[in-house]
Ligand binder design. Structure first.
Ligand code: UDP
Length: 327
């Protein structure tokens, strides 16, 4: 299929694009490079621009004969979303609705949405299944949930087939070590821990008073290549039978911040200074997925589930890219 990948120069988008191309799809990337990197898109046709720019996207859809959209472009930081909600409504909702409008104009009716565990809010039952109540505790989750809902209505109106993938915590780097996580500033746990291992400043531990076994927040870390694989399966499903599907992508195991730090100590063999800090606003205590539905509906199962193995791939990337992508 001829696919437009929005956010294709980002951490997850670049790995997804490569995996889809390996599967034989023709890929066009669009990314405004606000957080993505040109180097991560190397070897791909990249349009630098806003996926909510209707003129640009409308022309691309028609000229490039796009048949489906993989929509990853978004702002995706919980605490930033709490501090600047309008940015999240603009980037995640307004721009996405513009993209959907142009898809409609061009008769493109297949979409894979990058969604998030943040749609659930504070869990009332674990592991979290897709029918768990959705009560986001931050604008990031709220805007993704609104977009999922819009897609459901559009599907009901026979305007859109979609698969929404609710990622839990993406981690790790591509198997060949070429693509990994680089943000500036970096706010994510695994890259921050590895920076500290490489001699950077101590890792902040945001919250040591959660009601978890060691007091730190628990997350479900899912390897970025496993996330990419789910996109391949989602595209296959859309071309085979269309429909509307929303599934979690997690590895089903929860690890605390301290467990991640311990794993990084084992993998790197380095000392890892830490610094206790207050909780970050909007951060839930525990997020652990049930991915049984993705197994049943997509035939998906995560392959790299061992925490040390996930961190090992990220460490290989960190060592070979000490200054990120340098662009
Ligand atoms: N975290 C931390 N120190 C850091 C970065 C993150 O303690 O330097 C914590 C954060 O509060 C959360 C977990 O690690 O409980 C995962 O955070 P991350 O930003 O990686 O992903 P999020 O769950 O916010 O999407």
């Amino acid at each position: 299929m001829k696919l437009l990948v929005t956010g294709g120069a980002g951490y997850i988008g670049a790995v997804v694009a490569r995996r889809l191309r390996d599967e034989g799809h023709a890929i066009l990337l669009i990314d405004d490079l606000s957080t993505g990197h040109r180097a991560a898109a190397s070897g791909f046709e990249l349009v630098v621009g806003d996926c909510g720019d209707r003129r640009l996207v409308g022309a691309l859809m028609k000229e490039k004969r796009i048949e489906g959209v993989i929509h990853l472009a978004a702002s995706a930081l919980v605490s930033e979303s709490v501090a600047d909600p309008a940015k999240y409504y603009r980037n995640n909702l307004e721009r996405s609705l513009a993209l959907l409008g142009e898809m409609r104009e061009a008769g493109v009716a297949r979409l894979v949405l990058s969604s998030t565990a943040a749609v659930y809010g504070e869990p009332v039952a674990l592991p979290i299944q897709e029918d768990h109540p959705t009560q986001p505790t931050n604008p990031y989750g709220e805007t993704k949930l609104a977009l999922e809902r819009a897609l459901r209505w559009m599907h009901a109106a026979r305007g859109m087939d979609f698969v929404a993938l609710r990622y839990f915590n993406a981690a790790g780097a591509s198997a060949d070590g070429a693509l990994g996580e680089v943000h500036d500033p970096e706010t994510h746990l695994v890259p921050n821990v590895l920076k500290a291992a490489a001699g950077g400043s101590p890792v902040p531990i945001y919250g040591t008073d959660y009601a978890t076994p060691d007091g730190t927040a628990v997350r479900d870390y899912i390897h970025v290549e496993d996330i990419a694989e789910a996109h391949v399966l989602a595209v296959e499903r859309l071309s085979r039978r269309g429909g509307a599907l929303t599934v979690n992508l997690g590895n089903g195991a929860g690890f605390s911040v301290l467990q991640v730090i311990e794993a990084a100590r084992r993998v790197t063999g380095r000392d890892l200074p830490t610094r206790p800090m207050p909780r970050r606003p909007g951060d839930p205590e525990t997020l652990v997925a049930s991915s049984a539905l993705a197994g049943r509906e997509l035939g998906w199962a995560p392959r790299t589930t061992d925490l040390d193995a996930i961190i090992e791939t990220a460490w290989r990337f960190a060592r070979t890219h000490p200054r990120g992508f340098e662009d």
